[in-house]
Design a protein around this ligand. Sequence first.
Ligand code: 13P
Length: 337
Amino acid sequence: MASLEEIAGALVAPGKGILAADESSPTIAKRFASIDVESTEENRRDYRELLFSTAGAEKFISGVILFDETIRQDAADGRRLVEVLQKAGIIPGIKVDTGAKALAGASAEKVTEGLDGLRERLADYRELGARFTKWRAVITIGDGIPSDYCLETNAHALARYAALCLEAGMVPIVEPEVLMDGGHDIARCFEVTERTLTKVFAELHAQRVALEQILLKPNMVLSGKDCPQQAGAREVAEATLRCFRRTVPAAVPGVVFLSGGQSDELATAHLNEMNAIGNVPWELSFSYGRALQAPALKAWGGRSEQRAAAQGALLHRARCNGAARSASYSAEMEQAA
Ligand code: 13P
């Protein structure tokens, strides 16, 4: 049986990254609404089966994060979807938080729930084939926020989650996401990301989490979505790495970025730029949801005859991000497709 260090290492193997396909029921309904598809259990199954059975994806995709429904679901041919992944050599993972809820006494901020009964749920997920997990904390930038209260409660929960996952024999992906919503500039995102990561690693340490056995899933340091002065790719890459050198211990094997609403091509370009700078102690990889799936979702549009086109779109994005792992992505790769 593989050790937790080996699983973490396999998830950030050269040229590979993670596909986040763990949208909760409300989120997948929103994605489907954008292509006019009803979110039924069968449609969700068909779409995710399409993604997971993309031939050749395993060259660039090391693991897939699933949602509770999906880890229990069967493919059309009766096999479990988990088996479809395992057969392709892709490691199944599972989202285990139960969502970000209003933080009591700080209604503009959120705290992620899901600790109650987590030990038992983790045992169940491991039995179902999961070898890694994810918990997402959501940090909002605004007037006077995030508060230390919000950062500390979320960091505490992330560390409790991570400690339980290690106990259960799965690699925890620790995801503190500073949202890109807002008109703030990149310096403000830097400051908040630095504060967030400092608190997260203090809690991980306090709760005895072995950093060699986790992966960090952070936001990149970016200009706010509505900031008129958008930082370029080089500035984003430099700011992100400067922030992480200050806050992320070298023992962490890998940093797997979320895309967070960046366009698919920009998310790839940013990762490529960071790997071009390099010279950091962690693998720099991806765990993208929208930035891997958006073109495939659009190509599919709920039509079974579009299956191959959708798989082609996913494979293309996976290949581009795989190339960004070694700074060998270029704009020509997009044109060639
Ligand atoms: P995005 O890449 O779409 O941000 O999704 C990644 C994810 O898993 C967020 O929790």
